[in-house]
Design a protein around this ligand. Structure first.
Ligand code: DAH
Length: 357
């Protein structure tokens, strides 16, 4: 643009335009600037058009182009700034309307233990007076501890890669499929000292992993609590007495328990333990599938091979063991129909979990 074509006051206005825009902090101010530059009456644009009317014929073309160029520049600048200010105003409005001085202030929500942890803690509390302490084992285990030491045969289906997560980079390592390998670890550790200790009893709570599809009653990760007692002349009567006590402590003094023969390679004899359905009291419902009983535990007397593998003489030592599914029990106690709720951590669900207290 040839500056000589435009009068000094227009050129001044053009130089001051960016600052004038910047100085607008609200839409009203911007409208005033807009009026000044491109308004219909008495604006810089109107004045330029008047100049064009009276300009000599040979200048009209160039002057017209210069004027149009300036007007476009101003209009674009005004539009962009208007967009910015409108956005700012919307944001300020939304903040302002979400604050209602009449509402009570939001109270900070209190943190709490997860219901599954509370249930495991409760079991630990139930067994503590009987002399049980807590043992832990790693979730990444060896095949030896997870299977071999538990007398699980080489061809057992649970050893297959369809059921068990194996580490591809570490041969013989896997994510434990149950908490029973803690038995192997603890027995091996205490074996040299077991005479002096006079036996051992412990609980081992923790996470376990299986290649299960996720559905309302399955998850590839869940929790178990393992229990074990080793001593002299331990028989089924000790196992039954201990578990009957624990189930009454957990489900209430009226809780009924029954023992059914079952098979696990690491116990002999083995059994499954049912409690009378805490939801229907035994008359039959959806949770107990009409039978009046729900299975809670696997248990049995420790297999001599398990003791021998760990370095204990089965002629001298005997004991019992049990394993309990935590989610399954929590679902029953709290009447939760879908196990996934325990993992989604929706606070609205967790807050209803008073039943596990
Ligand atoms: N480990 C078994 C499972 O995951 C549960 C179990 C059964 C544990 C019997 C035991 C037991 O200690 O004696 O299904």
């Amino acid at each position: 643009m040839d500056p000589n074509l435009l009068p000094p006051e227009i050129l001044d206005a053009e130089r001051g335009f960016p600052q004038a825009l910047e100085a607008c902090t609200d839409l009203d101010a911007l409208m005033r600037v807009k009026g000044l530059y491109t308004g219909r009456d008495d604006s810089h644009a109107v004045r330029m058009m008047e100049l064009l009317k009276v300009a000599p014929k040979e200048q009209k073309r160039a002057l017209g182009a210069a004027i149009n160029g300036l007007k476009n520049l101003w209009e674009e600048g005004l539009k962009a700034r208007q967009g910015e200010l409108e956005t700012a105003r919307r944001q300020a409005n939304s903040l302002a309307t979400s604050w209602d001085p009449d509402l009570p202030p939001p109270l900070p929500t209190r943190g709490a233990l997860h219901p599954l942890n509370r249930l495991m803690d409760r079991l630990i509390d139930i067994f503590r007076p009987l002399g049980y302490h807590v043992e832990e084992g790693p979730e990444a285990e060896s095949e030896a501890n997870n299977f071999d030491g538990l007398n699980i045969p080489e061809d057992h289906p649970a050893r297959g890669s369809a059921d068990t997560f194996y580490f591809s980079a570490h041969k013989g390592r896997l994510l434990r499929t149950h908490t029973s390998p803690v038995q192997v670890r603890v027995l091996q550790r205490v074996a040299p000292d077991i005479e002096r200790l006079g036996g051992i009893r412990f609980l081992a709570p923790g996470r376990v992993y299986r290649k299960d599809e996720i559905d309302p009653t399955h998850s590839p990760m869940f929790h178990q609590v393992e229990g074990m007692l080793v001593g002299h002349d331990i028989g089924m009567q000790h196992l039954k007495g201990t578990l009957a006590y624990a189930m009454k402590a957990l489900f209430g003094p009226g809780a009924d328990v029954r023992f059914r023969p079952s098979y696990f390679p690491f116990v002999e004899p083995g059994c499954e333990v049912d409690v009378r359905c805490p939801l229907c009291g035994g008359s039959g419902c959806r949770v107990c599938k009409g039978s009046g009983w729900v299975e809670i535990l696997g248990a049995g007397l420790i297999h001599p091979n398990v003791l021998t593998f760990a370095g204990l003489d089965p002629k001298i030592w005997s004991g019992f063991a049990f394993g309990m599914g935590v989610e399954r029990t929590a679902m029953m106690v709290s009447q939760t129909p879908d196990l996934r709720l325990f993992f989604e951590n929706d606070q609205r669900f967790l807050m209803t979990m008073g039943g596990l207290d």
